[in-house]
Design a protein around this ligand. Structure first.
Ligand SMILES: *Cc1c(COP(=O)(O)O)cnc(C)c1O
Length: 390
C-alpha cells in the first residue's frame, strides 16, 4: 500500500486514466457523523446533489437517510431513481422551467424553494392545472457576507439569488393569496466553501431579525432551511477528512432562535462528498520549458474545471515517486491556457507514467466534467470494489 493517500496503485495499473477514485470508507464515515450530529438536534439534511450526482454515491448517501436538494428536473429524476423519497426532496433554482415544476408537482416533492413573484405565480398556475397544492419556501437573500471566492457567494444583495429582504412582506402577501400555494418555510444559502463559523452566525442573526419581523405580522413558517456552504480543508485533506459538523451544527443550535414547532433544514454538498474523491491521472510528458518545467498529465479541465473556473486549489501528489521534490507546473492537454491544475507545485521528481492524485475532488469534480475537445468523460471507481478484488 502506498503511504501517500493510501491509494491502491497496483489496482490502478489495470485502469485507464484519468478517473475519479472514491474512498467509500471516507464517505461513509462522513455520513455517519453528519447523520449522528444532525439527529441530536432533529435537524433535517438534504444532500445537495449538484456536488456529485454519481449514481453509486447517491445510493450510498440515500442509505443514511438523507433527503436531496435538487436544482434541476434532471436532478429530481436522478434523486427519485436513486431511491430518495419525494417527501425529502427540495427543489431550488432561479430559473425553473415549466416541465421541471410539473415534474416536482407530479412527484409531490416536499418543497419548492421559490426565488421571485413571477415564479410563485407560474407554480401556482401549474398546480391549478393539476389540481394540486405546491408546498413552497421563499428563498430569501439575507445580504450577509461569506468569506469565499466571489463566484461562489450567493447571499449578497448584488447576487442574482433569492428575494431581497425589503420585498419579503410583499412576496408573503402574494403567496398567501394564491390558491394552490402553501407557504411552509423560508430558505437561505449564502455561498460555498465557507470556513468561518462567523459567516453562519451572521446568517443566524439576520434570520432572528426576520423572524421577529414576521412574528409582528403573525406569520409563523414551519420550516427554516439554511442551505449548505460548509467548507472543507483543501490544503490538508488527510488531517481533517471529515469537516467539523459538530461546530457547524452547534453554531446554528446556539445562535438561531427557532420558534416552537419549527424544523431546521440543511443542504450540504461539498462537505459531504468533497474529501472522498481524488482525480487520478498519469503523467504523459515532462517538458522543460524556457522558464518552467511542465508535468503534462492526461486529465484536463474537462475532468476537473475548478482550478480553471475559480482558481481553486487542489493538493497534488505524485503517488509513484519517492525521489526529492522539484517544482512543476501541472497542466492538462486541453487547448486552453487556463488548463492548469497548479503552478510551482512541489512534487517528488516526476517521470512519464507516474500516477498523480488531485485530492479533495469529490465535490464539483465529476459533476462538472465536460466533453470539450470531444474528450471522454472520466470514469469512476470505488475503493470498496477495488479493495475487494485485490
Ligand atoms: C450549491 C447549493 C448547495 C450546496 O452548497 P455546498 O457549498 O456544496 O454545501 C446548497 N443549497 C443550494 C440552494 C445550492 O445552490
Amino acid at each position: 500500500m502506498d503511504t501517500k493517500g493510501h491509494f491502491p496503485l497496483q489496482a490502478f495499473r489495470s485502469l485507464e486514466t484519468p478517473f475519479y477514485y472514491y474512498d467509500t470508507a471516507v464517505l461513509r464515515q462522513t455520513l455517519e457523523v453528519v447523520s449522528a450530529e444532525a439527529s441530536k438536534y432533529k435537524f433535517q439534511i438534504h444532500y445537495a446533489m449538484k456536488a456529485n450526482a454519481n449514481r453509486r454515491i447517491l445510493s450510498i448517501i440515500r442509505g443514511y437517510g438523507l433527503g436531496a436538494d435538487c436544482v434541476s428536473g434532471g436532478e429530481i429524476r436522478a434523486a427519485v431513481e436513486a431511491g430518495f423519497p419525494a417527501s425529502k426532496i427540495v427543489f431550488a433554482g432561479v430559473g425553473k422551467a415549466d416541465w421541471e415544476i410539473n415534474l416536482g408537482l407530479d412527484y409531490n416533492i416536499f418543497c419548492f424553494n421559490v426565488e421571485s413573484i413571477p415564479e410563485l405565480e407560474v407554480i401556482n398556475q401549474l398546480a391549478v392545472e393539476k389540481g394540486k397544492t405546491a408546498h413552497v419556501a421563499l428563498r430569501i437573500n439575507p445580504n450577509v457576507e461569506a468569506d469565499t471566492h466571489k463566484y461562489i457567494t450567493t447571499g449578497k444583495e448584488e447576487n442574482k439569488f433569492g428575494i431581497a429582504l425589503c420585498d419579503v412582506d410583499k412576496v408573503i402577501d402574494v403567496a398567501q393569496k394564491l390558491t394552490n400555494i402553501k407557504l411552509i418555510g423560508m430558505h437561505f444559502h449564502i455561498g460555498s466553501q465557507i470556513m468561518e463559523m462567523n459567516n453562519f452566525a451572521g446568517l443566524c442573526s439576520r434570520l432572528n431579525e426576520l423572524q421577529d419581523q414576521l412574528e409582528a405580522r403573525h406569520v409563523l413558517l414551519e420550516h427554516i432551511n439554511v442551505g449548505g456552504g460548509l467548507g472543507i480543508d483543501y490544503y490538508n485533506p488527510d488531517r481533517q477528512s471529515i469537516p467539523d459538523f459538530v461546530d457547524y451544527f452547534k453554531t446554528f443550535r446556539n445562535m438561531l432562535k427557532l420558534r416552537e414547532g419549527q424544523t431546521l433544514h440543511f443542504e450540504p454538498g461539498r462537505s459531504v462528498v468533497g474529501q472522498c474523491g481524488s482525480l487520478i491521472t498519469k503523467v504523459l510528458y515532462v517538458k522543460e520549458g524556457a522558464k518552467r518545467t511542465f508535468a503534462i498529465v492526461d486529465a484536463g479541465m474537462t475532468d476537473l474545471i475548478r482550478p480553471a473556473l475559480y482558481q481553486a486549489y487542489h493538493k497534488i501528489e505524485n503517488c509513484s515517486s519517492e525521489e526529492p521534490v522539484e517544482k512543476y507546473d501541472v497542466v492538462g492537454p486541453i487547448c486552453e491556457s487556463s488548463d492548469c491544475f497548479g503552478k510551482d507545485v512541489l512534487l517528488n521528481k516526476t517521470h512519464r507514467g507516474d500516477y498523480i492524485a488531485l485530492r479533495s475532488t469529490g465535490a464539483y469534480g465529476e459533476a462538472m466534467a465536460s466533453q470539450y475537445n470531444l474528450r471522454r468523460l472520466p470514469q469512476a471507481y470505488f475503493s470498496e470494489d477495488i479493495l475487494e478484488n485485490l
